[in-house]
Design a protein around this ligand. Sequence first.
Ligand code: F6R
Length: 359
Amino acid sequence: TKGTYDTFMLKEIDEQPAVLRRISQHYLANNSSINVPAELLQLMAQADRFYFVAAGTSYHASLVGKRLFEKYTKKPVEVGVASEFGYHWPLLSQKPFFIFLSQSGETADSRQVLVEAKKRGLSTLVLTNVVNSTLAREADFHLPLLAGPEIAVASTKAYTAQIAVEAVLAKALGVQLQERLAVEWDLQQQLSLAAVGIDRVLAEKDKFAALTKEYLTDQEHAFYLGRGIDYDVSLEAALKLKEISYVHTEGFAAGELKHGTIALIEDRVPAIFFITEKLTASHTRGNVQEVKARGGNVVVVSTEETKGSGDQFVLPTLTPELMPLLTGVVGQLIAYFSTLQRGLNVDQPRNLAKSVTVE
Ligand code: F6R
């Protein structure tokens, strides 16, 4: 039930710190070993490449998973949109390992790929929020996301849980492979910092409501921009805003602006930049200037390490690949408040179903 909340979406957004603490408790509480089946880790250790397959928000979480896996396990990862993958299988490596991400565990596009992977005798794992779902039953292994029931059509806490569980897996496999970075990574501490960081973002709801009023009222188009991990989260933030507020929103790699997108920047167009990646922060700041020079209304979300004067939101710093745990929530709140202010149904946007069981 919604309890004291008017919408499931806001309730589910608010639950995210608790979700991270639950995941940490379940998977990482035992200091001597991570709570992932040894048999699964052994199989994964033998793989020469991982294939992440998912749809929508779960696909966006997979993009983050690729960065986590490649950094901490040093094994290559390919990420596929399920509806594309199913009909256009890439050439596989010698020892592929398939990881499916699905909140509902019922997405037909993802299931189609799973069925074919099984036919080919490939190893499969599903990360899902619904442990008695079709995908969980059909895959070789499944791990729970532990987000609790997600009712609002727009996925929020499942995205956060998917990233956290991907991090757990990357850490567990990295340790198994004796990768130094993985061994030294204090993930328990990072998840706890992330939970506190989300609490801080959630404490600023009034600021988000004021921001969406100022920047998004009467706007039909909006852009999210960032590089690297900030690009991954730009795609997710854009999906969130478009699917519930119906504002036409695109997420772009900030460096691609000058290759075309900048033609769309005109007076008052909202452009929200995520600048959490140190490596590219100064380049992205350059893009901010280009958008401002054309009259765009810029919002900058940065971190203690990358902040500049005038940034609207400055977030605490986490392991770089975990920043979407915070920037993702920023995107959720912007989507939530702009939808509310438009008088639309936050929990049940038009044309969408919570679980998509047709291809
Ligand atoms: C967006 C959203 C969808 C789902 C997608 C996959 O907010 O909810 O994009 O993420 O339909 O669903 P699952 O994760 O259940 O496979």
